[in-house]
Design a protein around this ligand. Structure first.
Ligand SMILES: C[S@@+](CC[C@H](N)C(=O)[O-])C[C@H]1O[C@@H](n2cnc3c(N)ncnc32)[C@H](O)[C@@H]1O
Length: 256
């Protein structure tokens, strides 16, 4: 089939993304068993923020206060809730597929080991943000990504390292917005065109942009209406004009 015919066929299909305004667990519970080909997600952990207080409140500004629109709601990541989240991820993921879960260093130590109860953990990837962030002792420059699977599956490339140097988004429009290039590396290793990619903590939609640009469809959710609006607008723009309004000048592909 020619690319034009494929494009015409595609335009007759429903939008290749759906983004719900919903709690992650309620959202996953409504999905059918084995209906997803890849999960990439960046949860809003509460652990580190409850333990590290800076300035007027937590982290920066008045973190977590309802009058502060700069930040988003946290996911209550006690071990039981996190186990439930992971078991729903496992149920919806097809066999022989991968999952990537992002962690800050606090949550990695408190919750990371639970991933083994639901998935076969294959490795830990370090996201090197290149530029320095905050920190009481050593300034934070990295986050971690647990890479795991259900069943057997190889990565599509064997030349990728487990340290990914991807510059953080400068003056991000959304708090904790991640570079599209970071999700693109996960997709590069673990998808084929046409796969259904899911992110139950979609935020501003960086994972959705990466999925659409790789010819995958995307499903996801966020509890925050601003996030859902931003993510939907972003997807519509990327599909319509090819422009990502939240990362207009940076490429979405990364060389690590
Ligand atoms: C770290 S941010 C994700 C940022 C995203 N990766 C991006 O690049 O924009 C985490 C998101 O989880 C959302 N969130 C918090 N609690 C949630 C819940 N119970 N269910 C779904 N989303 C939730 C927050 O609103 C926030 O947008």
């Amino acid at each position: 089939m020619s690319s034009l015919a494929r494009a015409e066929q595609r335009s007759a299909e429903p939008a290749p993304y759906t983004i719900a305004e919903q709690d992650c667990i309620a959202y996953l519970r409504a999905l059918a068993d084995e209906s997803v080909d890849l999960i990439v997600t960046d949860p809003a952990y509460s652990g580190m923020n409850q333990h590290m207080k800076f300035g007027h409140g937590r982290i920066v500004g008045h973190y977590g206060r309802p009058d502060n629109a700069r930040w988003f709601r946290e996911f209550h990541d006690d071990p039981e809730t996190y186990r439930l989240f992971l078991s729903e991820c496992r149920r919806v993921l097809r066999n022989d597929r991968h999952i990537y879960i992002m962690f800050d260093s606090y949550s990695l130590l408190s919750l990371g080991a639970l991933v083994r109860e639901s998935f076969d953990v294959k490795g830990l990837i370090v996201w090197d943000k290149v530029a320095l962030g905050m920190g009481h002792y050593f300034r934070r420059r990295h986050e971690q990504i647990v890479f795991a699977g259900k069943g057997k599956r190889r990565v599509t490339r064997r030349d990728l390292p487990d340290v990914w140097a991807v510059r953080r988004v400068h003056r991000a429009a959304y708090p904790a917005q991640k570079p599209v290039a970071l999700f693109d590396l996960m997709l590069e290793a673990s998808t084929e065109p046409g796969y259904v990619v899911c992110d139950p903590f979609v935020g501003s939609g960086s994972s959705a942009v990466a999925a659409l640009r790789r010819g995958c469809s995307f499903i996801g959710a966020d509890i925050d209406p601003t996030a859902v609006r931003l993510a939907r607008e972003r997807c519509a723009s990327v599909l319509g004009s090819g422009v990502d309004p939240l990362e207009p000048s940076t490429g979405s592909r990364a060389a690590v």
